[in-house]
Design a protein around this ligand. Structure first.
Ligand SMILES: [Fe+2]
Length: 201
Protein backbone atom coordinates (compact mmCIF):
# COMPACT_ATOMS: atom_id res chain seq x y z
CA UNK A 1 0.00 0.00 0.00
CA UNK A 2 1.33 3.44 -0.93
CA UNK A 3 0.81 6.46 1.26
CA UNK A 4 -0.61 9.66 -0.20
CA UNK A 5 2.44 11.68 -1.25
CA UNK A 6 1.31 14.82 0.58
CA UNK A 7 1.04 12.84 3.80
CA UNK A 8 4.34 11.04 3.16
CA UNK A 9 6.12 14.32 2.45
CA UNK A 10 4.73 15.80 5.66
CA UNK A 11 5.81 12.80 7.71
CA UNK A 12 9.30 12.90 6.21
CA UNK A 13 9.60 16.59 7.07
CA UNK A 14 8.15 16.08 10.55
CA UNK A 15 10.50 13.22 11.42
CA UNK A 16 13.48 15.18 10.10
CA UNK A 17 12.50 18.23 12.15
CA UNK A 18 11.84 16.26 15.36
CA UNK A 19 15.15 14.47 14.90
CA UNK A 20 16.95 17.76 14.31
CA UNK A 21 15.73 19.47 17.47
CA UNK A 22 15.36 16.61 19.98
CA UNK A 23 18.06 16.69 22.67
CA UNK A 24 16.62 14.37 25.29
CA UNK A 25 17.88 10.78 24.96
CA UNK A 26 14.38 9.49 25.70
CA UNK A 27 13.03 11.58 22.85
CA UNK A 28 15.68 10.29 20.49
CA UNK A 29 14.88 6.68 21.36
CA UNK A 30 11.14 7.33 21.11
CA UNK A 31 11.45 9.11 17.75
CA UNK A 32 13.54 6.28 16.29
CA UNK A 33 10.77 3.82 17.17
CA UNK A 34 8.10 6.18 15.82
CA UNK A 35 10.00 6.45 12.51
CA UNK A 36 10.31 2.67 12.33
CA UNK A 37 6.58 2.21 12.98
CA UNK A 38 5.67 4.79 10.33
CA UNK A 39 7.59 2.94 7.64
CA UNK A 40 4.51 0.74 7.25
CA UNK A 41 1.61 2.87 5.98
CA UNK A 42 -1.91 2.25 7.22
CA UNK A 43 -5.13 3.22 5.41
CA UNK A 44 -5.92 6.93 5.41
CA UNK A 45 -9.39 8.29 6.04
CA UNK A 46 -10.84 10.64 3.44
CA UNK A 47 -13.54 13.26 3.59
CA UNK A 48 -12.82 14.16 7.21
CA UNK A 49 -11.47 17.68 6.65
CA UNK A 50 -12.82 20.22 9.09
CA UNK A 51 -11.58 23.56 10.34
CA UNK A 52 -12.76 25.18 13.54
CA UNK A 53 -13.33 28.96 13.65
CA UNK A 54 -10.11 29.40 15.66
CA UNK A 55 -8.19 27.79 12.77
CA UNK A 56 -9.57 30.27 10.27
CA UNK A 57 -8.56 33.10 12.58
CA UNK A 58 -5.01 31.93 13.24
CA UNK A 59 -3.68 29.43 10.72
CA UNK A 60 -2.77 31.75 7.86
CA UNK A 61 -0.63 33.86 10.16
CA UNK A 62 1.01 30.86 11.81
CA UNK A 63 1.81 29.13 8.52
CA UNK A 64 3.19 32.32 6.99
CA UNK A 65 5.80 32.51 9.75
CA UNK A 66 9.34 31.78 8.65
CA UNK A 67 11.70 30.49 11.31
CA UNK A 68 14.90 30.91 9.29
CA UNK A 69 15.75 27.26 9.97
CA UNK A 70 15.37 25.19 6.82
CA UNK A 71 14.24 21.99 8.51
CA UNK A 72 11.51 23.82 10.44
CA UNK A 73 10.34 25.93 7.50
CA UNK A 74 10.05 22.80 5.37
CA UNK A 75 7.88 21.21 8.07
CA UNK A 76 5.61 24.26 8.14
CA UNK A 77 5.36 24.23 4.32
CA UNK A 78 4.51 20.55 4.20
CA UNK A 79 1.97 21.00 6.97
CA UNK A 80 0.36 23.82 4.99
CA UNK A 81 -0.03 21.44 2.04
CA UNK A 82 -1.48 18.70 4.26
CA UNK A 83 -3.75 20.90 6.38
CA UNK A 84 -6.74 20.95 3.94
CA UNK A 85 -7.06 17.16 4.50
CA UNK A 86 -7.10 17.34 8.31
CA UNK A 87 -9.90 17.32 10.83
CA UNK A 88 -9.36 19.93 13.55
CA UNK A 89 -11.10 19.20 16.84
CA UNK A 90 -11.42 20.73 20.26
CA UNK A 91 -10.44 18.73 23.28
CA UNK A 92 -13.55 16.95 24.55
CA UNK A 93 -12.98 17.61 28.25
CA UNK A 94 -11.24 20.09 30.50
CA UNK A 95 -11.22 21.05 34.13
CA UNK A 96 -10.84 24.33 35.98
CA UNK A 97 -7.11 24.42 35.20
CA UNK A 98 -8.05 25.57 31.68
CA UNK A 99 -8.67 29.23 30.96
CA UNK A 100 -12.28 30.28 30.45
CA UNK A 101 -11.65 31.02 26.78
CA UNK A 102 -10.13 27.58 26.18
CA UNK A 103 -13.10 25.83 24.48
CA UNK A 104 -13.28 28.28 21.54
CA UNK A 105 -9.60 29.22 21.45
CA UNK A 106 -7.72 26.01 20.69
CA UNK A 107 -7.71 23.24 18.08
CA UNK A 108 -5.93 19.91 17.75
CA UNK A 109 -5.29 18.01 14.52
CA UNK A 110 -4.28 14.36 14.62
CA UNK A 111 -2.31 13.52 11.48
CA UNK A 112 -1.49 9.96 12.48
CA UNK A 113 -3.18 8.10 15.32
CA UNK A 114 -6.52 6.78 16.51
CA UNK A 115 -9.19 8.73 14.63
CA UNK A 116 -6.57 10.71 12.72
CA UNK A 117 -6.00 11.11 8.99
CA UNK A 118 -3.98 7.89 9.00
CA UNK A 119 -5.95 5.87 11.51
CA UNK A 120 -3.53 3.73 13.53
CA UNK A 121 -2.74 2.97 17.13
CA UNK A 122 1.05 2.66 17.28
CA UNK A 123 1.94 6.34 16.72
CA UNK A 124 0.07 9.57 17.51
CA UNK A 125 1.44 12.60 15.69
CA UNK A 126 -0.37 15.91 15.44
CA UNK A 127 -0.47 19.61 16.20
CA UNK A 128 -2.09 22.03 18.61
CA UNK A 129 -2.80 25.67 18.02
CA UNK A 130 -4.03 28.14 20.59
CA UNK A 131 -5.05 31.78 20.38
CA UNK A 132 -3.20 34.30 22.57
CA UNK A 133 -3.78 34.21 26.33
CA UNK A 134 -5.13 30.68 26.51
CA UNK A 135 -4.21 28.02 29.04
CA UNK A 136 -4.59 24.37 28.05
CA UNK A 137 -5.84 22.16 30.91
CA UNK A 138 -3.52 19.96 32.92
CA UNK A 139 -3.71 16.50 31.42
CA UNK A 140 -1.82 13.24 31.21
CA UNK A 141 -1.72 10.15 29.03
CA UNK A 142 0.00 6.81 29.09
CA UNK A 143 2.08 7.28 25.89
CA UNK A 144 5.42 9.05 26.18
CA UNK A 145 5.56 12.24 24.15
CA UNK A 146 8.03 14.54 22.45
CA UNK A 147 7.08 18.12 21.64
CA UNK A 148 8.40 20.29 18.83
CA UNK A 149 7.45 23.90 19.50
CA UNK A 150 7.15 26.39 16.64
CA UNK A 151 6.04 29.55 18.44
CA UNK A 152 6.29 31.46 21.65
CA UNK A 153 4.43 29.92 24.55
CA UNK A 154 5.09 28.23 27.87
CA UNK A 155 4.90 24.62 28.99
CA UNK A 156 5.22 22.67 32.18
CA UNK A 157 5.37 19.02 33.18
CA UNK A 158 5.57 17.21 36.49
CA UNK A 159 6.95 19.52 39.16
CA UNK A 160 8.61 21.91 36.72
CA UNK A 161 7.71 25.55 36.60
CA UNK A 162 6.59 27.12 33.34
CA UNK A 163 9.33 27.12 30.70
CA UNK A 164 9.50 28.56 27.20
CA UNK A 165 11.23 26.21 24.72
CA UNK A 166 11.05 28.86 21.99
CA UNK A 167 10.81 28.30 18.23
CA UNK A 168 12.46 24.98 17.47
CA UNK A 169 12.44 23.94 21.12
CA UNK A 170 11.79 20.35 22.12
CA UNK A 171 11.15 18.44 25.32
CA UNK A 172 10.11 14.99 26.51
CA UNK A 173 7.06 13.99 28.57
CA UNK A 174 7.49 10.65 30.31
CA UNK A 175 4.50 8.24 30.39
CA UNK A 176 1.70 9.52 32.61
CA UNK A 177 3.32 12.85 33.56
CA UNK A 178 0.91 15.77 34.15
CA UNK A 179 1.53 18.57 31.67
CA UNK A 180 0.04 21.76 30.27
CA UNK A 181 0.78 24.72 28.00
CA UNK A 182 -0.22 28.35 27.81
CA UNK A 183 0.07 31.11 25.24
CA UNK A 184 1.08 34.68 25.94
CA UNK A 185 0.50 37.63 23.66
CA UNK A 186 1.03 35.51 20.53
CA UNK A 187 -0.61 32.31 19.28
CA UNK A 188 0.94 29.00 20.30
CA UNK A 189 1.66 26.32 17.70
CA UNK A 190 3.36 23.01 18.44
CA UNK A 191 3.67 19.47 17.13
CA UNK A 192 3.69 16.39 19.33
CA UNK A 193 4.69 12.79 18.68
CA UNK A 194 3.52 10.04 21.02
CA UNK A 195 4.58 6.41 21.26
CA UNK A 196 1.91 4.29 22.98
CA UNK A 197 3.85 1.05 23.28
CA UNK A 198 7.37 1.71 24.37
CA UNK A 199 9.43 -1.40 23.68
CA UNK A 200 10.59 -3.15 26.85
CA UNK A 201 14.34 -3.15 27.34
FE1 LIG B 1 0.24 15.55 25.86
Amino acid sequence: MARNSVLQDFLDAALAAFDHVAQDQNSRRSLAQIAANLEAPQPARTGIAKRLPVCSRLLDGILATKTGQHVLDRLIERFEQLEPMLEWKGRSSHDSSASENFPTSHANALVVGPGGLEDRRDVWLGATLMAPNVRYPDHDHAPEETYLVLSDGEFRHGDSGWFAPGVGGSFYNSPGIRHAMRSGEKPLFAFWALLPDRPKN
